[in-house]
Design a protein around this ligand. Sequence first.
Ligand SMILES: *Cc1c(COP(=O)(O)O)cnc(C)c1O
Length: 377
Amino acid sequence: MTDIIAPPAAVGDAVEAVDTPALLVDLDAFEANLQTMADRVAAAGLRLRPHAKTHKSAAIARRQMALGAVGVCCQKVSEAEALVRAGVPDVLVSNEVIDARKLDRLARLAMAAHIGICVDSMEGLRALSSACDRHGVRVDVLVEINVGGDRCGVEPGEAALELATAAQSSPSVRYAGLQAYHGRAQHLRSWRERYEAIQAATAAAARTRDLLAAHGLPSDVITGGGTGSHPFELASGVYSELQAGSYVFMDADYGRNLDEQGEARSDYRQSLFVYTQVMSMPGRRYAIVDAGLKAMSFDSGMPLVAEQPELTYCRPSDEHGMLDLASTEASRLRIGDKVRLIPGHCDPTVGLYDWIVAFRGERVEEVWPVDARGALS
Ligand SMILES: *Cc1c(COP(=O)(O)O)cnc(C)c1O
């Protein structure tokens, strides 16, 4: 697929010359984010398994692994396939997969890479075990527990014990531990709300781990955590592996999370932008740009305008957006100017593009394929 859509830039191009709309990554900010997370996780003595649903790119996964990540998480089998094909050797599908066809693909993948997967039902475990049998492979199984996110996951305690016991007795899977990710906690705005949510998640994970251990089921891995909550998982003494993903790019929504002092501040820098061009200025009030609903995700609100926060992006349609110039001297922007937008939500925005244009200063330094673009199955 990456052969069909030409890259919007070449290495060495001026950033100004990048064709729009395009995904830009500021390498200085991006590398600082990778290093900050790697250092923190190492200092806390955990393993980092970053979530690759954020970037869907083997080039980025390789950089994360070069700084110590043990592998990546994926959300979908097809995402895992794309990254394994591109050379990633260790993938946890941090999600439930129950369809036989998908599980056949997962089992085949286990011949080429170390594969783990989550289960939260006997049906899922049975389907997984029989796919592994069909292909003569063995995969790691994590029992997903609901630690407050109220998405997938069995209840902590007895229900997890029952499933882990069944996993242990299946010769085609290996019980590896607990998936204890609290998705809803990531964007709770205040530090205290996130802290309290993860305290409760940690207690549920610890209680479940101890119950299973008392029944002869050691949990090698307790995995979870995201960009919004990771300080708490790192300090928990319970989690052994961290799954943060968005920290590599950040987005406008994460930019609204508050720190312990109540400030909208983060240790991670905005590195991801949607580059867009002013294509029309029919009046004084608006500049029309070429990035609309098909160039960004809007589930977390409108994008912000980087470096020109006085401009507001509004009224997106399929292929257009409008910059409201009301509060500025309308003369500053001209037709043909290019502007960087900070998307509301990084992951679904990245999933819209075939290429990531990585720049430093004013120059394009690398162009990365989004290997798992369109990998929804
Ligand atoms: C999305 C996700 C993450 C990463 O969360 P971020 O907020 O992007 O850091 C980790 N684990 C699971 C299971 C997820 O779905």
